[in-house]
Ligand binder design. Structure first.
Ligand code: NAD
Length: 489
């Protein structure tokens, strides 16, 4: 048996795509204002016109099922067309939608909300990502393809409600699925509004409604109903430790983009000015709401003071160790049952000057980050704080920094960063820390496609190992095998 070369596969796929784009394979091609009959459920009830707005999980799943069946009758080009509608909405309406998300959630840095939607528009890969593998030999021809699951149950976080829903929707539809989303209650309005716009636009172009269904009054109970629903084939979870554990208990396969607590290590060889610029960029972005952002810093003693000065040089505001302890008492709450401490929700994504005010410290409104020396035991180190306060721990040796970093990462296998010019150090930490994303000499966000090579996503499946989600993440392997025939050479 021989494996067909990549070049041959590319040529065949190219030809098929040209056919598809020229209209071949479009069994139904409604145009705006199409007179195509409204979609109906399996039971025959009309489900069109809801534009994805549901209070009942069972109705939402039924409508998503109908929509997915309709999608499967369409060409790959039409899946791309659906995705294009979402991309266009979050690009053209980024300012307005970003403002709505900020007004509802009241967390993060307002100017970053539209940027996050524009970034979301860039990441979706379209059907080109659904690679087909092909084998040809004495025994015929075999195609390995990526098929859909059906209806996918989706959970989104409050930290990026609409960006996560948008990227999940684009990837999931590209893979030929539909979805039912239980958004975080704190970001439910923007999720429902976004879903309405997406479904309306897709319905206008394709005549299919409800590919993206949203529970408009989401609760833990409705999440559990989705987890247990027999017609939900796969779960796609983005959130903290509680929801990841709940999804994994459901008995269904779950792709879990869970929590992180990304450490950054700075050794004696690092370019400190670059390290400070990068840490400020990654950590302060959207007031440290990103799961990938630097959450604690370890610096070897020899360059500790110089690094602290470098942070001040890029505009971060330094607090004393006593002030860091005082703030930790207010901003971080103890974990239950011996669990890790966690952020006090009141300060998640708050502005630095608002947080500093809590301990009577005044910093300029333009200050993007508070930082200061702490010990490894500080709640700011151990908690995924999601606020622009970065603890710095002084370490005796590089190996101690890596040990501390590993401990603070809590085995989430999410993200870690190093600033060093020593290849041995980079390699050592990479092997020890064992995270999904490992960034060297750049901001954490570079590991998610922002300023580094490669693609990104708003769902980094670190907990279950699928990594940075793409359309392929939401597919099933399917093999199609023709024995002893079809081969023409
Ligand atoms: P959260 O865990 O409070 O909520 C996330 C979602 O899970 C929400 O929709 C919430 O309603 C739901 N939920 C929470 N507990 C649940 C339970 N027991 N059963 C069912 N549903 C439940 O998190 P958040 O504050 O919205 O988001 C921040 C968290 O998400 C952080 O831990 C962050 O690291 C993580 N996150 C991870 C990624 C990633 O790609 N890995 C991306 C974004 C956010």
């Amino acid at each position: 048996m021989t494996q067909v070369s990549d070049q041959t596969i590319r040529e065949v796929v190219q030809q098929v795509l040209q056919h598809v784009q020229s209209g071949w394979g479009q069994r139904v091609a409604p145009t705006p204002g199409s007179s195509a009959p409204p979609p109906v459920s399996a039971a025959g009830a009309p489900t069109g016109g809801r534009f994805g707005q549901f209070t009942s999980v069972s109705e939402a799943v039924e409508a998503a099922k109908t929509a997915q069946r309709a999608l499967m009758k369409r060409s790959l080009a039409q899946r791309d067309l659906a995705v294009e509608q979402i991309r266009k909405i979050i690009t053209d309406q980024a300012d307005q939608l970003g403002r709505m998300e900020y007004e509802e959630t009241k967390i993060g840095h307002a100017p970053h909300k539209p940027e996050k939607l524009l970034a979301a528009a860039q990441v979706a890969q379209g059907v080109r990502g659904l690679a087909t593998d092909c084998f040809s030999g004495d025994h015929g021809i075999t195609l390995d393809e990526r098929g859909p699951w059906g209806v996918i149950g989706v959970i989104t976080p409050v930290t990026h409600s609409l960006p996560t829903l948008a990227v999940n929707s684009m990837d999931i539809i590209t893979a030929g699925n539909s979805l039912v989303c239980n958004p975080h209650p704190g970001g439910k309005k923007i999720a429902a509004h976004g879903a309405r716009l997406f479904n309306q636009a897709i319905h206008d172009k394709l005549g299919i409604d409800n590919l993206i269904c949203v529970i408009t009054n989401p609760t833990i109970e409705s999440a559990n109903e989705i987890f247990k629903h027999p017609d939900v084939e796969l779960l796609a979870i983005t959130g903290g430790p509680g929801v990841v554990a709940a999804a994994l208990r459901s008995g269904k396969r779950a792709i879990c983009a869970g929590p992180g607590n990304p450490p950054v290590v700075v050794d004696e060889s690092a370019d400190l000015a670059n390290a400070a610029r990068c840490i400020l960029e990654g950590c302060a972005y959207d007031n440290n709401l990103l799961c990938i952002s630097e959450k604690e810093a370890y610096v070897v003693g020899q360059v500790f003071e110089a690094m602290m000065q470098a942070m001040a040089d890029v505009g971060a505001c330094r607090l004393t160790p006593q002030q860091m302890d005082q703030l930790a008492q207010i901003c971080i709450e103890p974990g239950a049952d011996g669990g890790h401490p966690h952020a006090n929700k009141k300060f998640v994504g708050a502005e630095p000057h608002v947080i500093a005010r809590e301990i009577g410290v005044t910093v300029p409104a333009e200050c993007r980050l508070l930082y200061g020396e702490t010990t490894q035991a500080s709640p700011f180190v151990q908690a995924e704080q999601m606020m622009p306060v970065l603890p710095f721990v002084k370490c005796e040796r590089f190996e101690q920094a890596v040990d501390y970093a590993k401990q603070a990462e809590h085995g989430f296998r999410h993200t870690a960063v190093i600033h060093s010019r020593l290849v041995d150090h980079m390699t050592y930490m990479g092997k020890e820390i064992n995270t999904t994303i490992y960034v060297k000499n750049g901001p954490s966000v570079a590991g998610n496609g922002a300023g580094g090579e490669g693609y990104g996503s708003y769902s980094i499946a670190c907990s279950t190992g699928e990594g940075i989600a793409t359309p392929l993440t939401y597919t099933r392997f399917r093999r199609c095998c023709m024995v002893d025939n079809l081969r023409i050479v």
